[in-house]
Design a protein around this ligand. Structure first.
Ligand code: HEM
Length: 199
């Protein structure tokens, strides 16, 4: 396990992404203490444009952190579910407009076919939001077990879950709409966590 160096992380993203963008990288840094447990290219068969990291804060391991970086300038979303589709998924959805306005929201998949709705209780804390000419990056924290008892949050345990991802090339005009690309991958987000990863 190691502390986060986002500049390095983002360079790796850029290198893995399609050619022509090596000169355009994004620098982002978090406060110290964030430990990485894993990272994953989420779309190896779809251009390797989405990379996701997960970990925890060493002073308070119950506080999990996540980072998503995508070669996309619209919205970027990450969801947790026990199925590959959107219904039932605990999601975050964020975008940064060209004038720098940041939106980052805790959402919930109420159907398989429409925009995830805003959670009644917002349980994510945005830590970093960055966009450059080619990429968008969000880092956020949340407790492994949130106080949301409405069923809109996924309580993170030592198990494989479906991690959903989606992005658009353009910022939403009005309400967020259909993705440019989307997908899912099975991951265990706390397997290497010091306490939650124990059997
Ligand atoms: C914001 C508005 C959104 C709309 C209107 C929307 C709409 C849809 C629709 C109509 C489908 C079915 C057609 C298809 O398979 O492409 C779909 C599938 C899917 N969406 Fe969304 N979506 C939205 C956001 C998101 C977000 C934020 C995520 C991830 C965090 C996501 C993940 C997925 C995935 C993984 C599938 C494919 C499920 C499967 O494999 O069958 N969507 N979405």
């Amino acid at each position: 396990m190691h502390s986060v160096n986002f500049e390095k992380i983002f360079l790796t993203v850029a290198i893995l992404a399609p050619v022509g963008i090596l000169a355009q990288t994004l620098e982002a840094s978090l406060p110290p203490g964030f430990m990485i447990c894993g990272d994953q290219i989420m779309d190896p068969a779809k251009g390797s444009k989405v990379r996701f990291w997960w970990g925890y804060h060493e002073m308070d391991p119950s506080r999990l952190f996540f980072v998503v970086a995508a070669k996309a300038k619209g919205y970027v979303g990450i969801g947790f579910n026990n199925r590959e589709q959107m219904k039932g998924a605990d999601m975050v959805l964020g975008w940064i407009t060209s004038n720098g306005t940041v939106t980052f929201e805790d959402r919930f998949g109420s159907t398989d076919f429409a925009s995830p709705i805003l959670d009644k209780e917002q349980n994510v804390k945005l830590e970093v939001a960055k966009e450059n000419a080619t990429h968008t990056l969000f880092a956020w924290t949340r407790p492994a077990k949130t106080s949301d008892t409405s069923g809109q949050d996924w309580q993170i345990n030592n198990e494989m879950i479906e991690v959903l991802w989606a992005y658009t090339d353009e910022d939403p005009i009005g309400a967020p709409a259909m993705h440019t690309e989307r997908g899912h991958m099975k991951l265990n987000l706390v397997e290497k966590h010091p306490t939650l990863g124990k059997p």
